[in-house]
Design a binder for this molecule. Structure first.
Ligand code: PDD
Length: 290
């Protein structure tokens, strides 16, 4: 079946979907994006993703290419044309094409691109065994709260993790505190059973999954603290996990080759994962037989 992408008003076969050579997204990483997971036809946390997209655009003074309601329509239409029920939807908005000049164009015509593909949920083993992470120095800019397409440090980090046989890289600031994963937020569960994750600031992307997990923790009476934690603290923790659209809450069982807790997915992590999936109204796509 042909895959379709959306570019500036047109649904096109994926291999014919192109943007201008002088698009500022291509030349300056002058753009923002969102990733939304669709599970069984449901758009998980759609409102949160739309609100964060709006914020990212505002922070960079990039105008909306279409009204938000039209974008929601395009999202559905693209998924429908691709006949997908479990999918990863990618939305990118850049300041658009303009003769190369660092300053903003006077009248930008933003570029809107959407792609989607069958969800690449990890195999059930990732959930049953958990995943490994390595730690890396956080070398990113100081506005990590904006979901910008400037992702080279994260691409380098993920590659390093991959080469080390790990699933994710946990970035660490100059003071030794974990900021977040290359494409996920980082969490631990202390020996006292308290859920800990870094508070929102310019140092991290305020994950939409992260926000929903905190809501679920509140609803379930799970104690949590929003504060930075060190790698040493993570290694002494009972449990650790990462969160993002598509991984939900994924158990982290090794950090730099050392086990977290007993080296298996922790019960609170699995409870939170289930609470999150219930919250978005989805069955767990990683569970066998689903
Ligand atoms: N990344 N932190 C970073 C740096 C991220 O790139 C992401 C998401 C998250 C988690 O955010 P959310 O829960 O809203 O997905 C945290 C997406 C999935 C990506 O770049 O593919």
């Amino acid at each position: 079946m042909p895959r379709f992408a959306y570019v500036n008003g047109r649904y096109l076969p994926h291999d014919q979907a192109h943007v201008h050579v002088e698009d500022r997204g291509f030349q300056f990483a002058d753009g923002v994006y969102e990733v939304i997971t669709i599970i069984g036809g449901k758009f998980a946390d759609e409102e949160g993703h739309m609100l964060r997209l709006e914020r990212s655009l505002r922070e960079l003074s990039i105008p909306w290419p279409v009204k938000p309601a039209s974008l929601c329509f395009i999202m559905r239409e693209l998924v429908r044309r691709n006949k997908l029920r479990n999918a990863t939807l990618y939305i990118q908005i850049t300041r658009g094409p303009a003769p190369r000049d660092f300053k903003f164009p006077k009248e930008p015509v933003p570029t809107l691109v959407l792609t989607c593909r069958r969800a690449g949920f990890q195999p059930p083993a990732a959930l049953e065994r958990g995943v490994a992470v390595i730690t890396l120095l956080d070398i990113r800019w100081q506005r990590r709260d904006i979901k910008s397409v400037s992702l080279l440090p994260q691409a380098l980090g993920k590659q390093k993790a991959f080469e080390a046989g790990a699933y994710e890289g946990w970035q660490v600031d100059e003071q030794g505190f974990v900021t977040e994963g290359c494409s996920s937020n980082a969490w631990i569960v202390t020996q006292e059973g308290v859920l800990v994750t870094r508070p929102p600031s310019n140092a991290i992307l305020n994950g939409i999954t992260r926000l929903s997990i905190l809501e679920c923790a509140c609803a379930q009476g799970i104690a949590f603290e929003e504060r930075p934690f060190t790698v040493t603290e993570a290694l002494a923790a009972n449990e650790a996990f990462m969160s993002s659209a598509g991984t939900f809450a994924l158990p982290v069982v090794r950090i730099d080759g050392q086990p977290v807790g007993d080296g298996t997915p922790g019960p609170l992590t699995l409870r939170i994962r289930q609470a999150y999936l219930d919250h978005v109204g989805a069955a767990d796509p990683l569970r066998k037989g689903q």
